[in-house]
Design a binder for this molecule. Structure first.
Ligand code: SAM
Length: 221
């Protein structure tokens, strides 16, 4: 249960020295440049973080994962990469937490530039839809922690879930879809289907994927 892992009481209580020890002098500075800017929600085995860490070496990023053993695996994986490639992967870390409950404990208003929801669990039954990691209510929270212009990336191989995530985003006043041109120009979009373990499994099996990529906007009133 949740009582088995500590939860910071506010974003200022997140211990950056634990996550990014080599970047500590940077992280200790108070301007926003040094805060965590990417969050991979339900990061699984961490493939996306590993790819993003070298693509965005100046950006602090964190994976959030509910399963204890999987979190430990990602921790070890990152530590191993840090040892094998000195100076690299210092900007990536992982935390065991329930992202559906504790996002506001980790990030302050407007802190994040990117949030990732790659191949989330489907929760097929109607009564379980409220357990989905994209929902109208949770989008309010994601809009709060994303800065204006920040981007939310979602992908799934479950058609119904893809339609659900897209329709939640379309209905939300604080998100708008990226244009085709913007999608093509964004190097991160190419990683959605290829960087994670789940994505690779789907690709191996020749499965179709459904993505929705939306930008946080200021609602026009
Ligand atoms: N994103 C990864 C990928 O594409 O390979 C993992 C996909 S896996 C199907 C979904 C992951 O979300 C699982 O590792 C699961 O433990 C995690 N998860 C489910 N609910 C969660 C929650 N409330 N908070 C954090 N992680 C969660």
């Amino acid at each position: 249960s949740d009582s088995h892992f500590p939860v910071p009481i506010s974003p200022s209580h997140v211990d950056y020295s634990l996550h990014y020890p080599q970047l500590l002098p940077l992280a200790n500075r108070t301007d926003t440049f040094n805060k965590i800017e990417f969050a991979d929600i339900g990061c699984g085995f961490g493939g996306l973080l590993i790819s993003l860490a070298t693509l965005f070496p100046e950006t602090l990023m964190i994976g959030m994962e509910l399963r204890d053993k999987v979190t430990e695996y990602v921790k070890e994986r990152i530590l191993g990469l840090r040892v094998a490639s000195p100076g690299q992967y210092q900007n990536a870390s992982v935390v065991r937490t329930n992202s559906m409950k504790y996002i506001p404990n980790y990030f302050e208003k407007g802190q994040l530039l990117k949030m990732f929801f790659l191949f989330p669990d489907p929760h097929f039954k109607e009564k379980n839809h409220r357990r989905r990691v994209i929902s109208p209510h949770l989008l309010d929270e994601y809009a709060y922690v994303l800065q204006v212009g920040g981007i939310i990336y979602t992908i799934t191989d479950v058609e119904e879930l893809g339609a659900w995530m897209k329709s939640c985003l379309q209905s939300h006043p604080m998100f708008e879809p990226l244009s085709e041109m913007e999608l093509e120009a964004d190097p991160v979009v190419k990683l959605l289907s290829s960087a994670t373990e789940e994505g690779q499994k789907v690709a191996r099996n020749g499965g179709q994927t459904f993505q929705a990529v939306f930008r946080r906007i200021t609602p026009s009133s």
